[in-house]
Design a protein around this ligand. Sequence first.
Ligand code: THU
Length: 121
Amino acid sequence: MEDRELYERAVAIAGRAYAPYSEFHVGAAVLARDGRVFCGVNVENAAYPLGVCAEKTALTRAVTDGCRPGDLVAIAITASPCGGCRQWLHELGLERVTYARAGGEVVTTTPADLLPDTFEL
Ligand code: THU
């Protein structure tokens, strides 16, 4: 699947976001090496810090269905990934990240470009 098509999947799912506080609806779609696609949205909570980002919900679905670091090829996100999610992209070994920059431009890059100089345990 092309990155552009994966991005369209992220746009399509964004409408299911539960974001009554920020009204910032985000969608994400993850492509596994075997062709499976896992989608996610942000889910907010009245206790604000408890909300989860769209890319985390997509990635947790992928891991729940058996994917491990190295099994995930690409992710598309309708927003620029937050700092914490960049660490998740690094951890799970994504190869490509397509996302919409603040101005609306859609770009494709790597987790290393988004989060350089990561630590290793
Ligand atoms: N959000 C995401 O879902 N992904 C990101 O990487 C950026 C931020 C969500 C979290 C929150 O529900 C809303 O956008 C506003 O920050």
